[in-house]
Design a protein around this ligand. Structure first.
Ligand SMILES: [Zn+2]
Ligand SMILES: [Zn+2]
Length: 346
């Protein structure tokens, strides 16, 4: 079968012919219907040798939807033919975190040598992917594969970030979403579907503001020097109850701190490398709580899928055949793709 493999650090991945795996023990073989491609893949491809704990070569693809093709002799999972999305952040499978479906915070992450499917382990940019355990499979019913695949990363990461602060978002509250790209536009939809909050969206691109409005933001504004003042005015001057920063640059973290209301929640999701000084007293108002969410939990993926099946989530995608994966990487790198990039085996 064909697979998009990373074979050397510092070199572009290539489409290679590899043997189709067959499931042993608890493993499940999934026939790929769609696989997302995102900036995390570019970070992996561009990583310097030694920067990531992964052993080469491996197949990329951490956002995977498909159907069960075959079960290992000991696998206890959905029957062949069942359509599923893969829970991506595979952990050790044995620690307390993994047992609770929170592989994203696996206690043994540092010893594993991988971050999940397609991230140090063979992923879904191929015709088939081997899953170590049926516990990583979430049924999707008739949800289109190009929708389900990106939900496993962009959808789940946004959902998990919001889950941590949803208790503060009751009636009459305000939530700010900074950065309305692949994750941010889903965050706006998830906030609309699961909270009564007034949603304020910020981005530096006009087209992202259109996407924010289409996704359900009540206010969408360009990031400018007076943005904090303008948005605070929209909250009656008190500030916002929660800020989700999907960029994480110095500029956006400064904005987040300036927007926050006392006792507010700041979730830093983006890995933009910006710095925020945490000090008492400092730029963060009293009572602020800061979280650094990473990916999401298995039960949350099932909740995201349920939301999407109810019609509350729509992912903007652009599809390419798997045979055009190198071109899709190039387009993503040059910023020429609208929405999430999805590869479909041809
Ligand atoms: Zn991704
Ligand atoms: Zn674990």
């Amino acid at each position: 079968m064909r697979a998009m493999r990373l074979t050397a650090w510092g070199r572009e991945p290539t489409l290679t012919e590899v043997e189709r795996p067959s499931p042993r023990g608890d493993e499940v073989l999934v026939r790929v219907e769609a696989v997302g491609l995102c900036h995390s893949d570019l970070h992996v491809v561009d990583a310097a040798e030694g920067a990531l704990p992964y052993r080469l070569p491996f197949t990329l693809g951490h956002e995977v939807a498909g159907h069960v093709a075959a079960l290992g002799p000991d696998a206890d999972g959905p029957p062949p033919g069942e359509r599923v999305v893969l829970y991506g952040p595979w952990g050790c499978g044995h620690c307390a975190r993994c047992a609770a479906g929170r592989d994203n915070y696996c206690d043994r992450r540092g010893d594993l040598g991988w971050h999940g499917v397609g991230l140090g382990r063979d992923g879904g940019m191929a015709e088939y992917v081997l899953v170590p355990s049926a516990r990583h499979l979430v049924p999707i019913g008739d949800l289109p594969a190009d929708q389900a695949a990106p939900l496993s990363d962009a959808g789940l990461t946004s959902y998990h970030a919001i889950a941590g602060l949803r208790h503060t978002l009751g009636d009459g509250t305000n939530a700010a979403v900074i950065g309305v790209g692949g994750l941010g536009h889903l965050a706006v939809q998830i906030l609309r579907a699961t909270t009564p909050s007034h949603i304020l969206a910020v981005d530096i691109r006009e087209e992202a503001l259109d996407l924010a409005r289409r996704s359900g933001a009540h206010v969408a504004t360009l990031l400018q020097e007076d943005t904090a003042r303008v948005l605070r005015a929209r909250t009656g001057g008190v500030g916002v109850d929660a800020v989700l920063d999907f960029v994480g640059s110095d500029t956006t973290l400064d904005l987040a701190a300036a927007l926050l209301r006392p006792g507010g929640e700041l979730a830093l999701v983006g890995s933009g490398g910006g710095r925020l000084t945490v000090r008492k007293p400092g730029v963060l108002p009293p009572g602020s709580r800061l979280s650094l969410p990473f990916w999401g939990t298995r039960p949350e993926l099932a909740e995201v899928v349920a939301l999407a099946r109810s019609g509350a989530l729509h992912v903007e995608t652009e599809q390419f055949p798997l045979s055009s994966a190198p071109e899709a990487f190039g387009r993503l790198r040059r910023g020429e793709v609208r929405g999430r990039t999805v590869l479909v085996p041809d």
